[in-house]
Ligand binder design. Structure first.
Ligand SMILES: Nc1ncnc2c1ncn2[C@@H]1O[C@H](COP(=O)(O)OP(=O)(O)O)[C@@H](O)[C@H]1O
Ligand SMILES: [Mg+2]
Length: 258
């Protein structure tokens, strides 16, 4: 069967063969596959199924049908609709509830060094329109690209969803992505949190978004400084993230608490 190169990735690159996707395996891929199998057993949809490894040692996953924002700008219109934002909140809640009980393999390794502990969930950690599959412009199929999943608090993973789907990136960046209604961001933030069923402190959640965004920018910069090619390419994103953190931090209290 022929191989079709899939575009829109930021790092490893993927190809499609029939209904499967193949990607270069990373040191933590076996742990991620254990996670994907756990989600499958828990009946969580919208997650690629792990199919093992092919003869070239590439990981094999099921293909999620649909459109993705990929590397295109502006992003598709669905990236900024209430319908999708709500579905993202529902999907994330199902994933978090199901991963709260995940017991990683004894030799588990994740993209970051964090280990699973009671009270944590395993987040996708990159839930953005460029990792989403959407059908008919209004139906979230799910999210691919689980390479950077790792254990965290619920808020730490929700922060990524808020950053890219509300979106909370700086208005200048959001404009380029196709989001123009800056004044609608607080309402959309609460729509996402309500869809998730978030009952924590929303002011504190704001602080988590700032902290996580800043931390990710630092992570990109450190990895780039160490010579990681993919992270060197991500340096402009690190800049947006620092700008986002400053911008989010400057929001008034009533942005976070209704
Ligand atoms: N399971 C999947 N189902 C559908 N498309 C996929 C799947 N995995 C990857 N893709 C496609 O391949 C592209 C690159 O894959 P991704 O896992 O996002 O790689 P990267 O880590 O490089 O961002 C995605 O933008 C998407 O178009
Ligand atoms: Mg990707």
């Amino acid at each position: 069967m022929s191989e079709e190169t899939l575009t829109g990735g930021n790092s490893v690159g993927a190809v499609r063969i029939g209904d499967t996707v193949r990607k270069r395996a990373l040191p933590w891929t076996p742990t991620v596959h254990a996670l994907l199998r756990h989600l499958e057993a828990a009946g969580v949809d919208g997650v690629p199924r792990a199919l093992g490894f092919d003869e070239q040692g590439r990981e094999m996953l099921t293909y999620l049908p649909g459109e993705t924002a990929g590397g295109r700008v502006p992003w598709p219109a669905w990236s900024f609709t209430d319908v999708l934002l709500t579905q993202v909140g529902h999907w994330l809640r199902r994933v978090h509830d199901a991963t709260a009980g995940f017991v990683p393999p004894a030799d588990a390794r994740w993209f970051t060094g964090r280990t699973m502990e009671p009270g944590l969930i395993v987040g996708h950690q990159d839930v953005a329109p460029y990792n989403a599959a959407v059908l008919d412009g209004d139906r979230l199929v799910g999210f691919f690209d689980w390479d950077s999943a790792f254990p965290s608090t619920r808020e730490y993973d929700l922060a990524v969803a808020a950053l890219w789907w509300v979106p909370l990136c700086p208005p200048g960046v959001a404009e380029g992505l196709g989001f123009h209604d800056t004044d609608d961001r607080s309402r959309r933030l609460h729509l996402l949190l309500d869809a998730y069923g978030y009952d924590g402190d929303r002011q504190a959640f704001g602080a988590t978004v700032v902290h996580r965004t800043r931390r990710q920018a630092n992570f990109f910069r450190e990895a780039a400084a160490a010579g990681d090619e993919a992270m060197i390419a991500m340096l402009p994103v690190a800049g947006y993230m620092e700008q986002s953190a400053a911008d989010i931090e400057a929001q008034p209290d009533d942005f976070w608490v209704r």
